[in-house]
Ligand binder design. Structure first.
Ligand code: PRP
Ligand code: MG
Length: 212
């Protein structure tokens, strides 16, 4: 039997809510999370637990058929990938922040500055659109620490509750993008699996309606 291959974040903010969505859609997954692949016993689907940043490429290559992923990751790495459904959880924004003590006059303040970020494409596009060029310092996590250790003048990262910014004495000064979890689809999905996908979408849509 063919199964729809669904990528879910292995660990992190989206993991739990993604699995809850499937569960609420009546799809049970046998969860040994140590296994990176788990099949459903009551729906033709298997879940692959993957690293967020790898998912756009897996979709592009058709290694997975669909993914539950943050829109922010697609904006950064998968602009070519189609969004089938917005899922209304894991809402966040991608923002620029500077030290609380810094005076901020506007985007032009970023000219020539050093910005630490895990979102180089998103920030470059935003700054270029505003005629600004800055010096990017690309790191994969704990971005907010950079200004405090003299690594950068500013940061660009995800803001959700704002508590990470607050704890690191930073203030949000520009919101570049609003994001939420989405259902993304591989351009290479087969027609057979597309049929399973429409059944999945039908179930997801009724879950989302019921949650409103
Ligand atoms: C994410 C993100 C921010 C923080 C935002 O980091 O990179 O740092 O969450 O959330 P908040 O506004 O609610 O504080 P995460 O904790 O996932 O760790 P990482 O950056 O090391 O990957
Ligand atoms: Mg972080």
């Amino acid at each position: 039997m063919k199964r729809l291959r669904v990528a879910v974040q292995k660990s992190g903010r989206l993991n739990e809510d993604s699995l809850r969505l499937l569960k609420d859609a009546g799809i049970s997954i046998d969860n040994g999370k140590e296994q990176l692949k788990a099949a459903s016993g009551n729906f033709p689907l298997e879940v692959l637990y993957l690293r967020n940043g790898d998912i756009p490429q897996y979709l592009r290559d058709g290694v997975v058929d669909v993914a539950i992923i943050g829109e922010n990751v697609l904006v950064e790495k998968g602009k070519d990938i189609i969004i089938a459904e917005k899922l209304a959880f894991s809402k966040c924004r991608v923002s620029l922040a500077v030290p609380k003590s810094a005076r901020y006059n506007g985007i032009e303040d970023f000219q020539g500055k050093k910005i630490a970020t895990s979102y180089p494409n998103t920030v470059t596009e935003f700054l270029t659109k505003n005629g600004i060029s800055a010096d990017l310092h690309i790191i994969n996590g704990s971005v907010e620490i950079a200004p405090n250790i003299g690594l950068a003048d500013a940061i660009c990262d995800i803001v959700s509750s704002g508590s990470t910014l607050f704890k690191n004495n930073l203030k949000e000064v520009e919101v570049m993008l609003q994001s939420e979890a989405v259902l993304a689809v591989s351009p290479l999905i087969s027609s057979e699996r597309k049929e399973i996908l429409s059944k999945l979408q039908f179930r997801i849509q009724s879950v989302l309606r019921a949650r409103k």
